[in-house]
Design a protein around this ligand. Structure first.
Ligand code: SF4
Length: 248
């Protein structure tokens, strides 16, 4: 990081990060003063996009093509893991929406909750971090079978695309799009990424021993748990994330 504005509130820096042998040039602007992770999410999103770009270009170098297109929202019925910080951001996003959109989105969250409660899945989703890997996989399958669309899905496209969670950014496939309607390990080929910023942020910003939350819980969870996450300066946040990313 090398430049700052006159008031030293933001720092912009250029640098290169080597991810799985690929050099990624980045220009990033971060807050100079300590902020909670939620305020860093635009930066983490930018970083995720850079890592995804490496994964996509590696996949394309083998002749594969990305099948994901606007209007295909099959993956938006999966159990999407988000970080606590992302739950706060999504809640802020919904609160800032004009009516009647705000009520419409809230109602979709409420309808999804009702369906999950009646199928008995809601309780399991409240503490997913306690599940074993196999139980989590099974929960993901059962959740998908419920066919609950993400409350932000509109006409099979993401209604919050610029602000979508990190995990959504990282999910891309090279198998035929129609296979995503009934995904299995054999029929769906996901783009392999050299690192996962979403997982780092989920773990790094977890304050209650829960590494991740299902997106469908975001509004309820953020309303019930005031943000008590630690504040760090932008460069400090980046240093930690970069270290973990290069280790991955
Ligand atoms: S936030 Fe957007 S991309 Fe992510 S699951 Fe929901 S609709 Fe799909």
């Amino acid at each position: 990081m090398n430049n700052s504005d006159a008031h030293h509130e933001w720092i912009t820096g250029k640098g290169a990060l080597t991810i799985a042998g690929t050099k990624v040039e980045l220009e990033i602007t971060v807050p100079a003063k300590p902020v909670r992770a939620t305020r860093m999410l635009p930066v983490f999103q930018q970083l995720t996009n850079a890592v995804v770009k490496v994964g996509v270009s590696n996949a394309e170098a083998t002749g594969a093509q990305i099948s994901c297109t606007k209007g295909c929202g099959a993956c938006c019925r999966q159990l999407v893991p988000i970080a606590e910080s992302e739950a706060y951001l999504l809640r802020e996003l919904v609160e800032a929406m004009p009516e009647p959109r705000r009520s419409m989105i809230r109602n979709r969250f409420a309808a999804a909750k009702e369906k999950l409660q009646s199928s008995g899945l809601w309780q399991q989703l409240l503490s997913p971090g306690e599940l074993s890997t196999e139980a989590r996989r099974q929960l993901g399958l059962t959740y998908f079978q419920e066919g609950i669309a993400c409350p932000f899905l509109e006409e099979e496209s993401c209604g919050v695309h610029p602000d979508r969670p990190l995990a959504c950014r990282e999910y891309l496939v090279t198998s035929p799009a129609e296979n995503c309607a009934a995904p299995s390990a054999e029929t769906v080929q996901c783009v392999v990424l050299p690192g996962s910023v979403s997982r780092i942020v989920q773990t790094l910003t977890a304050t209650r021993g829960v590494n991740w939350l299902p997106l469908v819980l975001a509004l309820d969870w953020a309303a019930a748990h005031p943000d008590q996450s630690p504040a760090r300066s932008g460069p400090e946040w980046l240093q930690i994330v970069f270290q973990q990313l290069t280790k991955q």
